[in-house]
Ligand binder design. Structure first.
Ligand SMILES: Cc1cc2nc3c(=O)[nH]c(=O)nc-3n(C[C@H](O)[C@H](O)[C@H](O)COP(=O)(O)O)c2cc1C
Length: 176
């Protein structure tokens, strides 16, 4: 179990800081990382689900995502609000889609009020690492403290435990 070592990771949330993992995953990689973070930190977890599921076919989802991202389209989500209010630290997980966040994550961040909260990104990818996603999170959440994100190769999610553990420790979480 990893616990928060000091308050410096969450300057605006004194006392008992609750942690939430918010993630979207199309093919399971980001969900797998979210579950590993949950196991290590004890954080709660919430999975973003678009009302209209993306197509299973790789070519079809790649084409749809390209269109949505270039048009700045924000897909509707099954549950959009009433999720983050009680939490001070929010992990945000997304696959890297065309070098940025998947559109359902963009919808979530553009609507939810995350001012004063600490955001910790994690991104799964196949070569582009975080891409522009940290910069895009900053644009959606100008009043949040954004800590160093973790890029994990999607094809290596089952071997990522050591990287996740040292990332959390570098952020000030303490393994006990
Ligand atoms: C629509 C789409 C766009 C993608 N764009 C990129 C990209 O620009 N750079 C990259 O490294 N990987 C890209 N990938 C690969 C995914 O980021 C990677 O497979 C990720 O782990 C998938 O996460 P998931 O299983 O949680 O959906 C893309 C995949 C899809 C489906």
């Amino acid at each position: 179990m990893v616990t928060l070592q000091n308050q410096s990771t969450a300057p605006n949330t004194p006392g008992d800081i609750k942690m939430l993992i918010v993630c979207f995953s199309h093919s399971g990689n980001t969900r797998e990382i979210a579950n590993q973070i949950k196991n290590l930190t004890g954080a709660d977890i919430f999975e973003i689900q678009p009302i209209d599921a993306y197509p299973e076919s790789y070519n079809a989802v790649v084409a749809q995502a390209k269109k949505e991202i270039s048009g700045n389209f924000k897909p509707k989500l099954k549950t959009l609000t009433g999720i983050v209010e009680n939490y001070g630290i929010i992990f945000i997980g997304s696959p890297n889609w065309w070098s940025t966040l998947a559109p359902p994550v963009a919808t979530f961040l553009s609507v939810n009020k995350l001012e004063g909260k600490t955001i910790i990104p994690f991104i799964t990818h196949e070569g582009s690492r975080m891409g522009r996603s940290a910069a895009d999170i900053k644009k959606y959440c100008p009043g949040s403290t954004i800590l160093e994100g973790l890029p994990i190769r999607g094809s290596n999610v089952t071997g990522a435990l050591r990287d996740i553990t040292s990332w959390l420790q570098n952020l000030g979480f303490n393994k006990r």
